[in-house]
Ligand binder design. Sequence first.
Ligand code: HEC
Length: 183
Amino acid sequence: MRTNLTGFALTVGMGLIVVLLGFGILSMAGLVGFSASEALAGQAAPATESGSPGAGKGDKAVLASAVTKPASPAEAQAIAAGDALFKANCTQCHAVNEKVVGPALAGITKRRPAAWVVSWVHNPAKVIASGDDYAVKLFEENGKQQMPSFAQLSEKDVKSILAWIEAQEGRAAYAPGNTVAVN
Ligand code: HEC
């Protein structure tokens, strides 16, 4: 009876040890597997970033600017003013993301300095006549259609329009570092 009990206890004890060992090995394997996949993921991330430099950073900047954009009331005001001015004067020929009569204006603040756009909007014919390479090329590429002058728009008005264009781009392809200072 006693021997049997001891034998039984031993068998159960051994069984428990085996189960515990097995569990330990399994969880170790699980841990090893987990950290290995983590290490792989850790290696994959920088590889993707270096594969397309700028893209990852740009996305982050887009997010950052989208979040910080409406923070300034002055800028929000400029964007609202630009919206109204654009709709009143420009939508007939321009859209932000597609060509209408004139070119799509997305990215204009990257292509041209604000001062250029101000002179252009005030008097496109004058900028073309001045021999400005960009303007001459633009005019030729658009079938020599003459954009009208908007001499009545102030520099602030034009910069508001640019702020509005950038805010629109923000929803599609806003590139950081090109905010137009509006004052
Ligand atoms: C009657 C049509 C028309 C109207 C209205 C018009 N544009 Fe244009 N715009 C053009 C055309 C056409 C061009 C291309 C250049 C050319 O052919 O002279 C152009 C070019 C431009 C460019 C240069 C684009 C680039 O990619 O470099 C800017 C900036 C611009 N317009 C801004 C404006 C703004 C701002 C307004 C409103 C205040 C406006 N335009 C109103 C027809 C128009």
